[in-house]
Write a protein that binds this ligand. Sequence first.
Ligand code: 3HC
Length: 289
Amino acid sequence: MAIRKVGVVGCGLMGGGIAQTCAAAGLETVVREVSEEFLRKGMKRIDAFLQGGVDKGKLTAARKAETLGRLKGTTQAGDLADCDLVIEAVIENIAEKCKLFAELDAICKPSTILASNTSSLSIIEMAAATKRPGLVCGLHFFNPVPLMRLVEVVRTISTSEATLAEAHAFAKAIGKTAITAKDTPGFVVNLLLVPYLLDAIRALESGLATREDIDAGMTLGCGHPMGPLALLDFVGLDTTYYIANIMFDEFKEAKYAPPPLLKRMVLAGHYGKKSGKGFYDYAAKATKA
Ligand code: 3HC
């Protein structure tokens, strides 16, 4: 694998998780945020996750220190210039992402692979903002990144064979299993996951069963680690609503149409865990009120 140094743009939940995973796998990693405040917050989350691993006996304090030693935080885009791979995990807004890709294209060395962690936006649109479309691909990670074993490698109509091979080698090097998907909204996982989550909301909305019984049905009946409503709270209702709308716009199929209850909850600010309330209540220490 030619990738020795990785850059990550955005140190939120996904970007921070990606940066942590790369550093933990032994790669020199630099993560960029727009402000010192966001960077501090992101680094604190990474530190807490690693400490959680130490407390659980999953890694030693020495491994934690080594991982943090390989991870550099910055607010300067120029620090990404000599990275072999840069993965962006900024806000899901196509205009912002295209602007960032053009900026990265101008800053990074000619051989740098540029990747997006988008869950549903068009990678080819981002590639078109650069002069290196053959070196652009999607690398879609799953939340929580350090624990979820999958990466979707997304190939556009312009992604070169060499870039695809490097992306797969990178995924393997950081301990993930990669699958390849075409550049269409949702790729493989969200294409299947989102209609399932929306159906769970429809089931609740129609009074089929309680939230607890819908979730118990899928955890105990199908062996899922979380029921669909708990997973919606975990992923974020706003995020799911956003992805579903993009998929509905593209495919015009009713199964991707956000149900009215989802829209109402998003309008009310009930985004799930991150806002303290979704299908369950997270405000109190005792969750799932
Ligand atoms: N460091 C290292 N290991 C840790 C850790 C840490 N800080 N925290 C937890 N772990 C380990 C645990 O030790 C445990 O390992 P084990 O299986 O060997 O014992 C494992 O991770 C699971 O941790 P917990 O037992 O503490 O937690 P849970 O069993 O409750 O699992 C979960 C938590 C992994 C989040 C699980 O509930 C799960 O897999 N949920 C589904 C998540 C999911 O579907 N994510 C994808 C969402 S879709 C998406 O992201 C796409 C986007 O585009 C929308």
